[in-house]
Design a protein around this ligand. Structure first.
Ligand code: ADP
Length: 496
């Protein structure tokens, strides 16, 4: 697929680009640093080697012939010859005769008619050079290139009552020209060699590094592709060990969420289908009964006694009731199931609600002589929940308790404060629920178990369970066949 073709090479290209830039930068800085130090080394060597050249000129020449004429001016012919001789031997040097303040008295390299020519040089480097005997590397002014500093040799003279210096620029203009040309050629070769060599090494190391760097990425890409192609079990193994562990972990989490959601959707879908299948079965029975009795009434209207007619009508009436109850429950349940109901929580007195419900259901309990009572009625307990949903849940539970309790039995609603919660318990002395059925009573429609389906047709407990879920609580059942059942759930108390 296209993922493989585009993702990795683009990253590789970027990595390569970064590598090449790095190599070039390294090459340039390497050349720059080498050039700087090579140049310095060269200059230091030249200065150290020629440190006493100026002194030598004074010792050799100034003893025999004065550099000054009787009138105090510079002996140009003597000095000119001397300078020419020296510069012929070493074309890199330039000789100057300075007075005690550094003013240039004479030089053959400077045009005496040039008004812009340098007139003096700084005296401090010269004095420093002389004082440490030329041992240390030091730069002085170059009269031919103002503003630039060059290596030099200098020595003091004192002739005919005049003091000054012989100042020799060791790496003069000529030296500089030759040196920089050679340096350029040398460094061009060195630079090229260095860049080629570095590029070669960088290419080898880069290839290996990029291969390793992108290894995890390739692995992850493969897994993502597997997943996108439908293999929902595809996960990145050992994601914490991956170079991009955040990505690897996120992918695994995302895949888990997706498969979790798919599972949830599938089970929801299954539940809906079961619900439809089971409910339609449950609807069909009372409908068939209705149809049967109505047809009998139609066909045998004249032959049926008043008593029979009354009985048949009562049966149809009961079945219509059953049908309408089931349809209402179904409607209610599907609304809860589709999460269309949002609980509106408010503080209310569960004690008062219990009283009201007991009063209301007494009508239902009375004919069966069932004792319906509220335990712990004195305390007024406030809970924080959705009043109408809690009322609905309690109605279903009390209704069931009365329904499944034999005449003269007992149904108790008890409220018990337990820390921050109120425990609400509906107990009866009824038929009880076999242990094998207990796990299924709240989602009977999920079960294809025929025995579980036989006993009832309503959705009462399924609705109760959904209401509990909306209140982030659970309902438990404790029941013993023939002894009775207790349904227990907790609600948070209201703290004002
Ligand atoms: P219905 O009562 O309409 O069948 P419910 O969802 O209210 O539907 O109850 C599911 C099943 O749980 C009932 O069919 C019954 O078998 C069992 N059941 C519920 N409450 C009690 C109870 N108090 N005592 C005994 N069995 C009960």
């Amino acid at each position: 697929m296209s993922t493989k073709k585009t993702l990795t090479p683009r990253l590789v290209k970027k990595l390569w680009f970064a590598f090449i830039i790095l190599v070039i930068m390294m090459g340039i800085s390497y050349i720059g640093i080498t050039e700087y130090f090579a140049n310095k080394h060269n200059q230091e060597t030249t200065q150290r080697l020629n440190a006493d050249v100026a002194q030598h000129v004074i010792d050799e020449k100034f003893q025999n012939v004065s550099p000054f004429l009787q009138d105090g001016s510079v002996n140009k012919s003597l000095f000119g010859d001397l300078m020419h001789d020296m510069m012929a031997v070493n074309r890199g040097i330039e000789v100057y005769l300075l007075d005690g303040n550094g003013a240039i008295l004479y030089s053959v390299v400077l045009d005496p008619n040039d008004a812009n020519a340098t007139k003096s040089v700084a005296i401090a480097p010269i004095e420093s050079f002389i004082s440490d005997g030329g041992e240390n590397f030091i730069l002085g002014d170059d009269p031919r290139t103002p503003g630039e500093q060059k290596i030099f040799s200098a020595a003091p003279y004192s002739v005919d009552g005049r003091n000054g210096y012989v100042y020799i620029v060791l790496a003069g203009k000529k030296f500089q020209e030759v040196s920089s040309t050679l340096m350029r050629q040398y460094f061009a070769k060195l630079g090229l060699g260095a860049i080629l060599l570095t590029t070669l090494f960088a290419a080898i190391i880069g290839l290996v590094a990029i291969w390793f760097l992108t290894k995890n990425l390739r692995l992850i890409t493969n897994k993502v592709r597997q997943f996108s192609e439908g293999d929902l079990t595809a996960r990145i193994e050992n994601p914490d060990a991956s170079d991009i562990s955040i990505f690897a972990n996120s992918f695994n989490e995302m895949a888990d969420t997706i498969t979790g959601n798919i599972d949830k959707m599938q089970s929801l879908d299954l539940l809906r289908r079961e619900l439809i299948a089971n409910v339609s079965h449950d609807l069909r029975t009372p409908l068939a009964i209705l149809k049967g009795y109505i047809e009998t009434l139609q066909m045998k209207r004249d032959s049926l006694s008043e008593e029979e007619k009354k009985e048949y009508l009562q049966i149809t009436h009961d079945n219509v009731d059953k049908l309408s109850k089931l349809i209402n429950q179904l409607f209610e349940y599907s609304k809860l199931e589709a999460e269309q109901v949002t609980p509106v929580k408010e503080p209310f007195s569960i004690t008062e609600l219990s009283h009201d419900l007991i009063a209301k259901f007494s009508v239902l309990a009375e004919p069966k002589e069932i004792v319906l009572k509220l335990e712990n009625p004195k305390e007024n307990n406030l809970v924080y929940a959705d009043l109408s949903l809690v009322e609905r849940a309690l109605q279903n539970l009390i209704e069931n308790a009365i329904k499944y309790t034999k005449p003269k039995g007992k149904v108790t609603l008890s409220l018990l404060k337990k820390g921050d919660e109120i425990e609400i318990k509906i107990s009866d002395t009824g038929t009880g629920i076999p242990l094998s059925e207990q796990p299924f009573i709240f989602d009977r429609y999920k079960q294809v178990d025929e025995s579980a389906k036989k006993r009832g047709s309503g959705l009462g407990l399924a609705i109760v369970k959904k209401i509990m879920e909306l209140h982030d609580t659970t309902i438990t059942v404790l029941s013993k066949p023939k002894e009775g059942s207790s349904f227990i759930f907790n609600l948070p108390t209201y703290k004002s």
